[in-house]
Write a protein that binds this ligand. Structure first.
Ligand SMILES: Cc1cc2nc3c(=O)[nH]c(=O)nc-3n(C[C@H](O)[C@H](O)[C@H](O)COP(=O)(O)O)c2cc1C
Length: 368
């Protein structure tokens, strides 16, 4: 099985299953000299951790990270950084009744057809727990980007049909409520909506929005490694993500060129600026100096307690009722996953972009 490695220059390799002994990541290509300890990574993992509200799975995992390699005297050495999180609260018996049945909305059917058998306990490698490795690696990427003045804001834009208002937007609010909403006025409505769906043994989807602030011009390559193309791949590789758009995204199709084009003007100290940002911060696959703005659509959680129709491995039609502890809504827990994948993608392309100009390479090696 290939495809567990992401990135070329700053590269993560995630490993582990939901109900295995542990789960983790190896980060390769991290520059030396970054001050890093477990707390830096733990802060990110805690935002993804289960059981933090009644609107998240009640699986009780501390998700404590251990750094196994790549750090000496509190700083990265440039060597691979290996990070491990032990699994603790597995209820593998919950999954025995679905061992031979394909859960609708899950990877059970495709995985079994492809590999011949599967680790059915908690979804195995297709579980949301796989994102622990991404978030642990992403925490390091975020810290490196911060040293360059680049910061990332990700939050819930929409839960079900309820959307935030841009006029009331307050990013700090999103850190204080269980739905990661930056609009305090809609929290109660969202709470009632999600509660109602839970009472109906149903689940809810939504949209995560992400902004990358103070990103310099020039990140991304013009053909296959476009910044927006790589972001799309990064986001769509997260379980339950069903859509991706940059800037005006799908709404661009309704606009005329005169409405969609972002005009150029001269700003402070004659710097070239755009007067709007319909493009979402990327032109021709390369960052244009505006904020990056993109959105990710998350489907309603596949595991619902309602009786559903399925087929088992003996090709018999059966009814299935899913046991176990699941997120009635994935959106709030995926916010930090989106932020992490954004940081990994941007840092990877940023490092790649450093070799784009001979004069800058000469300057770096002091040959001019
Ligand atoms: C952070 C996170 C937590 C998740 N938790 C659940 C869950 O509790 N129950 C569930 O059915 N799916 C959950 N998922 C989504 C499934 O892993 C995903 O829908 C499934 O593997 C099928 O893949 P697909 O939706 O990309 O086709 C979660 C995903 C993420 C990113």
């Amino acid at each position: 099985m290939s495809g567990s490695i992401y990135g070329k220059n700053f590269c993560i390799s995630t490993w582990g299953e939901s109900h295995g002994k542990a789960i983790g990541v190896v980060v390769d290509g991290c520059p030396s000299g970054l001050e890093l300890d477990e707390e830096d990574i733990q802060a990110f993992l805690d935002r993804r951790k289960p059981g933090q509200s009644r609107f998240a799975t009640q699986r009780n995992e501390s998700d404590k990270v251990e750094i196994l390699s790549g750090i000496f005297d509190g700083k990265t050495t440039g060597a691979p950084i290996s990070l491990l999180v032990k699994n603790q609260d597995q209820h593998s018996n919950d999954y025995e009744n679905i061992a031979s049945v394909y859960r609708p909305g899950h990877a059970d059917f495709t995985w079994t057809q492809k590999y011949g058998f599967r680790d059915y306990r908690g979804g195995g490698r297709s579980s949301g727990r796989e994102t622990i490795g991404r978030v642990a690696g992403g925490a390091i990427a975020v810290k490196i980007l911060a040293t360059l003045g680049v910061s990332i804001q990700s939050y819930s834009r929409k839960i079900g049909e309820i959307e935030i208002s841009d006029e009331r937007f307050d990013f700090n609010e999103s850190k204080k409520n269980p739905f990661a909403l930056p609009d305090v006025q809609i929290i109660e409505k969202v709470e009632q909506y999600v509660q109602k769906q839970m009472e109906h043994q149903d689940s809810v989807g939504g949209i995560i929005e992400c902004k990358v602030l103070s990103l310099p011009v020039g990140i991304g390559e013009p053909v296959f490694d476009k910044l927006d193309a790589n972001l799309a791949k990064a986001m769509l590789s997260i379980g339950a993500v069903k859509g991706f758009e940059m800037g005006d995204g799908f709404a661009s199709a309704n606009l005329k060129g005169s409405e969609h084009n972002d005009a150029f003007r001269l700003g402070k100290q004659q710097a070239i600026i755009k007067t709007s940002n319909h493009a979402g911060g990327v032109l021709g696959g390369i960052s244009d100096g505006s904020d990056l703005v993109f959105r990710v659509a998350i489907k309603p959680t596949a595991s619902i307690a309602q009786v559903q129709s399925s087929v088992n491995q003996n090709n018999e039609e059966v009814d299935i009722q899913i046991q176990g502890r699941h997120d009635p809504i994935i959106v709030p827990r995926a916010v930090v996953v989106v932020e992490s994948m954004a940081a990994l993608t941007i840092l990877d392309l940023l490092l790649q972009s450093m070799s784009s100009r001979l004069d800058k390479i000469q300057k770096f090696f002091h040959t001019t």
